[in-house]
Design a protein around this ligand. Structure first.
Ligand code: ACO
Length: 429
């Protein structure tokens, strides 16, 4: 039987090294044995953007990017989207198994009863400028929660961790909705415990003067499915931020604020906002070929296309495309849909995109749905953040309990100047 090892010959010294292969991986630290002299630091691997580096072992989410497969704890995303709901999926991600009925009821009860935020947080949010971006408000308010729950620092106490997990999942929609209401100049709406997680979010977003807000069931279900689809995605940029910041052992609010900041960028969660701007800029189907030409010339990227991991159709994008039609039956068709469909059709036939295996990702259609529901583009990434909180917390929990956990501290290849003497200001030319 073939040996599960890698033999390396260092041509600088002629020495041979045998390195174990475990789960298709070598340990980078094994490379440090490879030295030219006793005093040598040892060989390192260079991997900017961590394109080929596994930074942890995880049991949470599996992705096969070539075949377009996404599993949460082994369950296919398609089955979860069809049969489950966001809170059940959040439980699954965090605890590893689907809940029993009593576990599920307790979980939903706990989350529902932690949705209220401290009145001072409300005041804190009032201090933002009238036009503050809701993602900026969300990330700073979640960071500020750390000051309201100082006991959260006791992260190795399982009960304390459980409580913060519930608080965070419960309060994210409240903070998100308050950010929106602030930007709209509308009074904040308090949570309604009679409603589902998604229904309550819609209530806090859209309730006006009616005594009781009744979410449209199709919209409520669509939001819930969108939350499921965004709940986790293994070691992406924001999850890496959560684990990396979490590895220095701050409270989970601080680590989650870092993850939200990572999600904010247009190459990550900010992409769906950009997709909508792009579709509006294109404006009509006849302008698509010209736009694609400019993308191919490298002027800008086709937003909502391409993925670091998926080199096939993103399975989430397929589900979202289907929900889009269901939502449009209630809201009326989004006029940008035709442009999106045509853009997708043209791109998927174009050699540039085919060769690079660029397919629509999760963000391509989600913005259209959100817009039809009456959400401004600045809220799109906020919805992503609400959903991803369960995944971030599952990954944070797993990281804390990992026996190989250490503070994250990458190496570098220094290419700056050699040691040199300081030159006083008057002697510098
Ligand atoms: N439009 C046009 N060309 C693209 C696109 C795109 N959207 N994405 C990648 N390419 C091209 C690159 O120019 C490059 O071409 P080259 O080999 O000729 O230089 C090639 O495809 C590979 O691109 P990389 O940048 O190496 O791919 P990477 O894995 O680093 O990037 C990313 C992935 C950031 C998602 C990229 O595809 C992108 O910028 N997409 C648009 C933004 C987007 O939709 N982001 C959302 C991602 S999903 C999420 O975060 C939830």
């Amino acid at each position: 039987m073939a040996k599960e090892t890698l033999t390396i010959i260092d041509n600088r010294t002629g020495k041979t090294y045998e390195i174990p292969i475990e789960q298709g991986t070598i340990r980078a630290m094994e490379l440090r044995r490879i030295k030219v002299s006793e005093g040598d630091f040892g060989l390192m691997s260079y991997d900017p953007a961590l394109m080929n580096t596994a930074s942890c072992k995880s049991r949470i989410t599996f992705i096969d990017g070539d075949r377009g497969i996404l599993l949460y704890r082994g369950y296919p995303i398609e089955q979860l989207a069809e049969h489950s709901n966001y809170l059940e999926v959040a439980y699954l991600l965090i605890y590893g198994e689907l809940p029993t009925r009593s576990q599920y009821e307790k979980w939903c009860h706990d989350i529902t009863h932690h949705t209220i935020i401290h009145e001072n947080i409300k005041k804190f949010m009032d201090g933002f400028r009238y036009d503050a971006h809701p993602m900026g408000m969300l990330l700073s308010t979640v960071g500020a929660l750390s000051t309201f729950y100082p006991e959260a620092k006791d992260i190795f106490n399982p009960e304390v961790r459980e409580l913060q997990i519930r608080r965070l999942i419960a309060k994210m929609p409240t903070i998100a909705a308050f950010s929106y209401r602030h930007a709209m100049g509308l009074p904040y709406v308090y949570p309604d415990n009679d409603l589902s997680y998604a229904g309550n979010f819609l209530n806090m977003m859209f309730k006006m003067t009616e005594l009781k807000y009744k979410p449209n069931p199709a919209i409520e279900r669509a939001i819930d499915i969108l939350f499921i689809l965004h709940a986790d995605h293994e070691q992406n940029c924001s999850t890496n931020a959560m684990r990396s910041v979490g590895s220095s052992l701050p409270d989970p609010y601080s680590a989650t604020a870092a993850a939200i900041a990572a999600l904010y960028g247009p190459l990550h969660g900010g992409a769906n906002e950009e997709v909508l701007r792009m579709l509006m800029e294109i404006g009509s189907k006849d302008r698509i070929p010209e736009y694609i030409k400019r993308v191919k010339a490298g002027e800008f990227r086709l937003m909502g296309f391409g993925h670091r991991v998926y080199k096939a159709y993103d399975p989430r994008a397929k589900i979202i495309k289907k929900i889009a039609h269901e939502v449009f039956e209630v809201t009326g068709k989004n006029p940008l849909l035709d442009i999106a469909l045509e853009l997708e059709r043209i791109a998927l036939e174009d050699d540039y995109f085919v060769k690079r295996r660029l397919y629509p990702n999760v963000d391509f259609y989600s913005g259209l749905i959100y817009q039809s529901m009456g959400l401004p583009p600045s809220m799109f990434t906020v919805l992503f953040a609400i959903a991803r909180t369960a995944g971030w917390l599952a990954q944070w929990n797993e990281m804390l309990l990992d026996e190989e956990r250490k503070i994250v501290r990458p190496r570098q290849i220094y290419i700056g100047p050699e040691k040199r003497d300081f030159i006083p200001l008057e002697q510098r030319s």
